[in-house]
Each structure stands twice: as C-alpha cells, then as structure tokens.
Design a protein around this ligand. Sequence first.
Ligand code: GLV
Ligand code: MN
Ligand code: MN
Length: 440
Amino acid sequence: MSFDRMWADLAPVGRDADSGGYHRYTWAGADTDARAWFTGEAAARGLDVRTDRNGNLWAWWGAPGPGAVATGSHLDSVPDGGAFDGPLGVASALAAVDELRARGVRPARPLVLAVFVEEEGGRFGVPCLGSRLTAGEISPERARGLTDADGVTWAEAMEGAGHDPDLMGPDPDTLALLDVFVELHVEQGRALEDTVHPVGVASAIWPHGRWRMDFTGRADHAGTTRLADRNDPMLPFAHTVLAARALAEEHDARATVARSVIVPNGTNAIPSLVNAWLDARADSEDTLMAVVEGVRAQAEAAAREHGVGVAMTAESLTPLVSFTHGLRDRLAAVVGTRAPDARGPVLPTGRPPSPEGASRGGGFPPSTATGVPILPTGAGHDAGVLAAHVPTAMLYVRNPTGVSHSPQEWARPDDCHAGVLALADVLQDLLARPVGEAAS
Ligand code: GLV
Ligand code: MN
Ligand code: MN
C-alpha cells in the first residue's frame, strides 16, 4: 500500500533524535518541510494544490468547484508530539486517492484533500487556527497579532514563509464548495482497543478551551527577603494547579496546566511574573464553565492571600460538537461492511467502560447496527470547527495504548491500512451520492 512508503518518507521530518517526538511548528522548518512533502505527493498524483488565504493547503482531484467531498487533517505537532496525530489523516487521504484510482473510481464531482495550518496551536497558542480563520471564528486582526515564545507575530512568520497575512480572513467561498468533510484521526483513547474494530466513528467533541493566567508579583532575593515580605507569584500559581486538578475531579472533567513561563526564572530570585495556561474540557459547556470559574475563584483567592495580582483571559473556546447523526451512521454502516479483525475479545454489548477508556475521554463505545463503535472525544479537531459550517464526520484508527501528544503515540500498521481502506470506502460512498445528501 502506498501509505507505507509515504509514512516512511514523512517519519524523519521534524523528529527529535533523542525523544523520538515531533517538533513541527507552523511557518518554520519541519512544518514547512512536511507541507512540501504533501505538496509533492499531491502533485505527483496530478492533484491541483492551492494555498488558501489563511495558509491551509487544498489538493483537488477534479476541477475545484462545488459539491466537493473533502478529507484531510493537519501536519503540525504539539511540542515533542507523536507521529500520528494529524499526519495519519493526511497520509491516509493521499493513500485513499490511490486506492480509489486502483478501484477504477472516476469521481463525478471533486474530491479535495485539506491540510489545516496550526491545528495544535503549538507555536501561536490558539488551536485549529487555520480552520477557525476560514470559518470566520477568529478575526484576522487577532490572528495576525498572536505571538510565539520568541515574540514573533503570526503575521511576521506567515510573511516570512512567503504568504501575505493581509489576505487572511473568513473564506466562505471555499467552505461553500464543500459538500461534506471527513477527517481520519488516530484515536486518542483506548476504547477501540477493547474491541475487534480497527476503525471507529466520532459522535461528539467535548467543549474545551484554553485560558491564560498571569500572576504578577515582585522580584526579590531568595535568601534575604523575609517570608512575610514576599509577593511571590509562584505560590498562587502552585495553588491554582492543584485547584484545577481538584475541580476536574469534582466535576468529572479535565483540567490541565502543562505550560508556564517564569520570569526571570532564576534559582535564587523570587519571580516577578508567572504566566501559565489552563486547558479545560468537559462533557457539557455548563460543566466546563463551572470548572473554569472555580479555577478563577481559587486563583484570585490565593493571589490575594499572597499579595499578588492575577488576570485570567480566554484564548480559545470551542463549544460542544455533536456530529450529524445521519452522516455519522452512514459512515458506521460503510465501515461496518468490512469484517472486523480476528484479534482481541469481542465484548458483550453493555460491558462497562474500561477505566483507561473512560479516563482518556473515550468512554464506552456504543454499538451501531454493524457493531462499529461510535466514540466521543475530549480532543479538539479541525473537523469540530468545520462542523458548524459543513456536514462533517470523523473516523478514528485504533491506538493500542491510547497515548497521544507524546512520542509513545502509536497505531499498528495493519490498523493504519484498515483506516485507509475505510476512508476510501467512505469517500467512494459519498462521491457516488447526490450533492446535498450528506446534510440530510
Ligand atoms: C488537539 O489535539 C487538542 O485536543 O488539544
Ligand atoms: Mn493533537
Ligand atoms: Mn489532531
């Protein structure tokens, strides 16, 4: 299968030799190389590759036009990320084109492969930035001014990569060409591992967001400043990290503080400033906001206690995404026409969730008529942004450990092949249906 060669070619791009993790950041070295890899693969297939006003890539099989069936994902990574989150959906899309051609499929309407820019927010902080811009869910002014860790703005970086940031903005014309979008993604939980199904279908994406917290104190000497005289922002910060964890437990939600900047970051100097980011997710918007407001209250109380200032600002917020049921069920029916694998136990319907699956945001996979699991996720995706504008669905490829956003992220080669075949089946089915039917 062409997937294997592509996967081997893409594997070294941005991989850290020590950790094995990936560092692909928008508008810079490895991400640019990965985009060039995609452009080369698409061009070698005779696809017409275009970069849109926001930097997303679109590779068209058939003349660009309305009624298009779209698939794709992203190539950027989180810091030291896994190989599969994003690239699996891109390489599978290219391999699905090969599979459809080998089957002799001649689409009566366009098929387009998309690569969305800055999905992880790994460089500029706002996730799904390319799809949000295209969907008009973030203003181009705000996006242009976003900065990376070195203070480089999105506008400067985009211009440095040869694109005009002044052209950025909502792109209803491109969205209007899409009849349906399907994103294939590595599963980021291990619900499928407890089943005989290498491929599942998405039901929903939990509401989620990111909040920046600025704790402002006063720098001073670590040895000479009496404890009572300090305004140490590290203390309310530490309290807030633990409070977030406790609130997530209380609400059966997720709250994570995984990134911080300490100024000036000297061993023997009380910091003047701590910037930290809260990532919070829950199964409903009310629960999400209860967690976030709880964190805010705790941060403010702890800051007061220590004579420190605190400000908490939302950087991104994605509402609950519930994928269109008709489309979701159609995908499950198509995927279910292939025999499940012979590996692993077949679970009786109604088995309680595995603790791992539940703790990774997977939960119990409800069975469809074909047995193909339909899964909610706590992970964000460009599909979740597009879903408000275009009938959208997702396929998940089984991940044996459920680990993601880590060098340990993995999917078996056989399961990746099953993903390509499932995607090809789904695209073939959609291409053969009347335009507009996916919305029904
Ligand atoms: C993206 O993968 C996210 O869920 O943060
Ligand atoms: Mn991710
Ligand atoms: Mn992803």
